[in-house]
Write a protein that binds this ligand. Structure first.
Ligand SMILES: [Zn+2]
Length: 272
């Protein structure tokens, strides 16, 4: 369903924005728990410094942080700006996908995939780790989408599944080989195993044509982040180690928004 009336568009933007803020808060918490060995399902949100359980007043996205001037209300410890930043960023991602895809299955699929990408970006920034659970979650989202497309008669599920798998393999195998060669040449790990798995997942979603664009964008972003010296800011960070996951994740988002057009344009240059 296209968002052709301004009223509907405004409504969808508001809903996607609010949902994004709330989900951003939840995904942040999920990423934190994954890297700190806490149960993802059980236990209430608490201050990471004093352990005080947070009430409803402390859990309003962005506002709670702004009103308490970035400090815990109970112990006064600073709360990282990364929390409100993630919440705002998630809202921007949700709104952009809702506007780009309208009320479609594809929009639902990509919002779910983007949520997984946010979690693994945060864990990669903090611990240089892309948890296997996030890779599996991204694959399950893709499979659910394919099943739903088949069930609603919008696509041939088997053909879609086959194309997805081909995309994943065609993208991941050359990158895996390249990483192994670079490991040999550099004498250290060049590209983490998590990065290769993530690029396999990107291949499942976007196919190899769009992934050519995606990999170029990811490399440019990775270089940019390396130059800017962005790292997780966690304890004992090696300043020479830049996590590549967030760059791939950002490139995935850009591909969701413009990947199709870029490939059409590029192919058009040669078909003229
Ligand atoms: Zn506290």
């Amino acid at each position: 369903m296209q968002l052709d009336s301004p009223l509907l568009l405004g409504y969808v933007v508001c809903v996607a924005g609010i949902l994004g803020l709330v989900m951003g808060s939840f995904l942040n918490c999920l990423a934190w728990r994954m890297t700190h060995g806490e149960s993802v399902l059980h236990g209430r949100s608490h201050c990471t410094s004093c352990g005080h359980v947070l009430g409803p007043r402390d859990l309003v996205p962005v506002l709670s942080w702004a009103l308490s001037r970035g400090r815990c209300r109970y112990c006064g410890e600073r709360v990282s700006w990364r929390y409100p930043a993630t919440e705002l960023f998630t809202a921007i991602v949700y709104v952009s996908l809702a506007v780009r895809y309208g009320l479609t299955l594809e929009m639902l699929e990509l919002v779910a995939f983007a949520s997984v990408l946010l979690v693994l970006s945060l864990t990669d920034l903090d611990e240089y780790l892309i948890p296997n659970a996030t890779i599996v979650a991204a694959m399950l989202v893709r499979v659910a989408y394919i099943v739903a497309m088949g069930a609603t008669g919008q696509a041939d599920a088997m053909a879609l599944l086959r194309d997805s798998l081909v995309g994943g393999v065609v993208v991941a195998v050359p990158i895996l080989l390249l990483a192994l060669v670079m490991d040999r040449v550099l004498g250290r790990e060049s590209l983490g195993g998590g990065d290769v798995k993530l690029l396999f997942v990107a291949g499942l979603y976007f196919g190899w044509q769009q992934c050519l664009f995606l990999v170029v964008v990811a490399c440019v972003l990775g270089l940019l982040l390396a130059v800017l010296g962005v790292n997780g800011g966690g304890d004992g960070d090696d300043p020479h180690l830049i996590p590549f996951g967030p760059s791939i994740a950002l490139a995935c988002w850009i591909t969701m928004l413009v990947g199709g057009q870029v490939v059409t344009w590029y192919v058009g240059l040669f078909m003229g």
